[in-house]
Design a protein around this ligand. Structure first.
Ligand SMILES: Nc1nc2c(ncn2[C@@H]2O[C@H](COP(=O)(O)OP(=O)(O)OP(=O)(O)O)[C@@H](O)[C@H]2O)c(=O)[nH]1
Ligand SMILES: [Mg+2]
Length: 300
């Protein structure tokens, strides 16, 4: 594996794919990768950006359009597509759904790298896998990593929280206003794209969002109308996102999710975790006892 790692660090894509698989299967840990600090010192705004939103809202088409534009400007962009393989999509993988044109475009294919992560089969914490993969991609010189993830459910939220910036993609208004789950996601947004701007209700939803942000106490994220399919607003979005600054509000929400995820990981990885669960089930210890055992020092 060490050989594979050095070849990946030298830019070999096949080796990179194998190392990423090893990270996905937890057969190698990022700590073992000595010398994996060859990332460029180029001064960049962000190195990881999550693109998140409801299923089918157009994230993949949008990401493809953004990657194409950025690659044409000479940037190198990698994408980690977190694929929930939900019953809704019948377990389809990325490739079976929207075709990423950027990876087939001979003019830019060397500038882009796309990898999907099947969460249903992943062993271990998906946010952690995503974090480690992104970090290895950075080491391999992929300075800008996008993470496409569905914005519902805690694990997905935490995949997004791994990133330095979070972009929430919305669709046209469906007449149901802004609900609690959506509000939780919007709290994490450094920017919002109201996508499918070619359809009725997109403008309306964008102003609904702007109004609700204006009512809040915190700084409002930029809201932009886009259509990945029709190419509406893509250039403006690409420009705005490339230089996007983190907001304090989103950073706080992101840090909260990271802290909780790390804490959970620490408990779950503790050597006495299963023993504690067993004893909790038997009723021989209580939750407080279990916590004091699991919060003790140990090597992860
Ligand atoms: N009208 C319209 N349709 C779009 C637009 N962008 C994407 N679509 C369509 O919406 C559907 C879903 O697009 P995807 O890009 O796969 O959406 P997604 O958010 O990545 O979906 P999941 O990965 O399954 O969550 C496809 O049929 C697209 O053709 C758009 O700007 N306008
Ligand atoms: Mg998608």
């Amino acid at each position: 594996m060490n050989d594979e790692i050095s070849r990946a660090l030298n830019g070999e894509r096949r080796a990179l794919a194998r190392v990423l698989s090893a990270i996905e299967n937890r057969t190698v840990s990022i700590e073992e990768m000595s010398g994996s600090d060859s990332s460029s010192t180029e001064d960049i705004m962000w190195s990881t950006m999550a693109i998140t939103g409801a299923p089918g809202v157009g994230k993949s088409v949008l990401v493809d359009a953004l990657m194409t534009l950025w690659a044409k400007q000479g940037h190198r962009i990698a994408l980690l597509a977190v694929d929930p393989s939900s019953p809704r999509t019948g377990g389809a993988l990325l490739g079976d759904r929207v075709r990423m044109t950027s990876v087939d475009n001979p003019a830019i294919k060397d500038q882009v790298y796309v990898r999907s992560i099947a969460t249903r089969t992943a062993s271990g914490s998906v946010p952690l896998i995503v974090e480690d993969m992104a970090s290895f991609l950075h080491s391999c010189g992929w300075n800008r990593v996008l993470i496409e993830t569905v914005g519902s459910g805690q694990s997905e939220l935490r995949c997004a929280a791994v990133a330095d910036r979070i972009v929430v993609v919305e669709g046209p208004a469906r007449g149901d206003g802004i609900q609690a789950e959506k509000a939780g996601l919007l709290e994490l947004a450094d920017a919002v794209l109201v996508n499918k701007a070619d359809l009725d209700g997109a403008k309306k939803h964008a102003s609904e969002l702007q109004e609700s942000f204006a009512l809040g106490q915190n700084e409002a994220p930029p809201v932009l109308l886009t259509s990945g399919l029709q190419g509406i607003g893509i250039e403006q979005a690409a420009e705005m996102l490339f230089e996007l600054k983190a907001s304090d509000r989103a950073t706080k929400a992101r840090m909260r999710e990271r802290l909780l995820a790390r804490h959970e990981r620490r408990l779950v990885n503790h050597p006495s975790y299963n023993e504690c669960l067993k004893r909790l089930t038997e009723g021989t210890i209580d939750i407080e006892n279990a916590l004091s055992i699991l919060q003790g020092e140990h090597d992860e």
